[in-house]
Ligand binder design. Structure first.
Ligand code: GLN
Length: 231
């Protein structure tokens, strides 16, 4: 009988924002893939749940968690004290800094942050917050900080000549530089750590995620994922 002894695995909805290669991006078939997607799937396999991935703008992810539209965020999201006020994070699974990218033929580097330059960011990211708080609000940058919903749009506006530079996470900057006519010209050492986020107090799911990360590190699967996406 089809129903006897069958345990139906729970499905958790994972929110991500697919302009963040190689952590999450849309492949040639239109599927959302990447390191984070494989990571949550691998955790689910070990801990007995299925995952469904929802692609939404980065800035909307915390609200989607609050309204119950998603159960967790896997989006290269940096663990910050501000975010920890409303979300609970897993143990860190990645460390990163910020970088500045420019078009391939551009001359300037860090000087882009001074004076009349237009800098693009993805709304709500640590790069956005860093540029706004440390550079724009202090009057160091007199040009604009242009906000976009996804890095796909920021990078295409850079290539189209509408921006002088873009600030984004270093591993993602390097990934774009490998695929598009852009280059990394400077790094801003922010020492960020990425975690998977759940709604505040959802210890049941958070425990599964943390155990899963531990097990993936111990069984070699984490190293396999790193090799798949970063080597
Ligand atoms: N790590 C950065 C942050 O948390 C950027 C993440 C992203 O754009 N997906 O803000």
């Amino acid at each position: 009988c089809a129903f006897s002894g069958l345990a139906f695995a729970k499905t958790y909805v994972v929110g991500t924002s697919a302009g963040f290669p190689p952590f999450e991006y849309v492949d040639e078939n239109g599927d959302v893939v990447g390191f984070d997607v494989d990571l949550v799937k691998a955790i689910g396999e070990l801990k007995g749940f299925d995952v469904e991935v929802k692609d939404i703008s980065f800035d909307s992810l915390p609200a989607a968690l609050k309204t119950g539209n998603i159960d967790m965020i896997a989006a290269g999201m940096t663990i910050t004290t501000e975010r920890e006020k409303v979300l609970d994070f897993s143990q860190p699974y990645w460390t990163a800094n910020q970088s500045i990218i420019v078009t391939e033929d551009a001359q300037e580097g860090l000087t882009l942050l001074f004076g009349d330059h237009d800098i693009g960011v993805q709304t709500g990211t640590t790069g956005d917050i860093w540029v706004t708080d440390n550079i724009k609000e202090k009057g160091i940058l007199t040009g604009k900080v242009a906000h976009y919903d996804t890095f796909v749009l920021v990078v295409s506006d850079l290539i189209n000549g509408n921006l002088d530079g873009v600030v984004l996470d270093t591993p993602v900057a390097e990934s774009y530089a490998a695929q598009k006519p852009v280059k990394v010209v400077a790094e801003i050492v922010t020492g960020e750590e990425y975690g998977i986020a759940v709604d505040e107090g959802n210890t049941e799911l958070l425990d599964l995620i943390n155990e899963g990360i531990d097990e993936l590190k111990a069984n070699g699967k984490m190293d396999e994922l790193i090799t798949k996406y970063f080597k």
